[in-house]
Design a protein around this ligand. Structure first.
Ligand code: ATP
Ligand code: MG
Length: 242
């Protein structure tokens, strides 16, 4: 199974969700590979890693460097392919070649994983499309505000276009993030999403400062604060895929 967290909007909880969903699956014994497709490199930073070999290398010189050579093993069941600033150069190489499938080709060479999770960049660039063309399922994290609901329609259109023309990918769900049930706006936003996208709205991830603090300790939410609402919510999300 290959699943990615996508939204061109920044700061909606893509990286937090990718990491903690991956960690949540790993807790149930799934062998998980988390691939960071964003040059911001949040996955490695969140786990306190600074690997030399990153996704950049196999994307730019696939004949010389295999994706498997870039896999780090920070936890037993949670392996990662990291990224950093150099990935922006790889994006230019992909763009110049108009190559949408480079990442899918790399992922096809790796085996031994039950779940492959992708974090994606906040942009409709070639890394975004390469990530989209490499997954079977998409989760759209959406922060609670009205503009985000419009953004969701735009993102769903992009995914539909890719699904229709190029690569079979399905939307697993819209994931409300930073949710605070005490805020009227948040409750209204989720109701609005349910109205527009019946049956597609996943249980929300609540606002939880532990989720923001965990990376400073290089831990997943389950390690940093196993009883937090953040841990509970990402556990619920992970269990949908067991
Ligand atoms: N549910 C939450 N409650 C509180 N803070 C959160 C929550 N989810 C994420 N955060 C924090 O909000 C910030 C943005 O989250 P994150 O980096 O996951 O978003 P992103 O969509 O990946 O951003 P970008 O588009 O820049 O890649 C981070 O500091 C993160 O720790
Ligand atoms: Mg991110």
């Amino acid at each position: 199974m290959k699943i990615g967290f996508f939204n061109r909007k920044g700061g909606v909880g893509k990286s937090t969700s990718a990491l903690n969903f991956a960690a949540g699956m790993a807790r149930y014994g799934k062998r998980v590979l988390l691939i960071d497709c964003d040059s911001q490199g949040n996955v490695a930073a969140s786990l306190g890693m600074n690997p030399q070999m990153t996704l950049y290398h196999p994307l730019v010189v696939p004949d010389a460097i295999a994706l498997s050579a870039c896999i780090e093993r920070p936890r037993d069941n949670l392996h990662i392919v990291a990224s950093d600033m150099r990935l922006a150069q790889a994006e230019q190489v992909l763009g110049a070649a108009r190559d949408y499938d480079a990442l899918a080709r790399l992922i096809a060479t790796v085996d031994g994983y039950d779940v492959i999770v992708l974090d994606s960049p906040p942009a409709l660039d070639f890394l975004f499309y390469n990530a989209l063309c490499a997954v079977d399922e998409v989760v759209l994290p959406i922060k609670a505000d009205y503009l985000s609901v419009n953004g969701a329609r735009e993102m769903l259109n992009v995914i539909e276009q890719v699904a229709a023309g190029h690569h079979a990918v399905t939307v697993a769900g819209l994931l409300p993030t930073f949710y605070d049930a005490r805020r009227v706006l948040d409750r209204e936003m989720v109701e609005l999403l349910k109205l527009h996208y019946d049956g597609m709205v996943l249980d929300p991830i609540r606002q939880n400062t532990d989720l923001a603090k965990a990376p400073a300790f290089h831990q997943t939410i389950f390690e940093y604060s196993g009883y937090s609402v953040g841990a509970q919510d990402y556990d619920v999300l992970a269990r949908r895929w067991l």
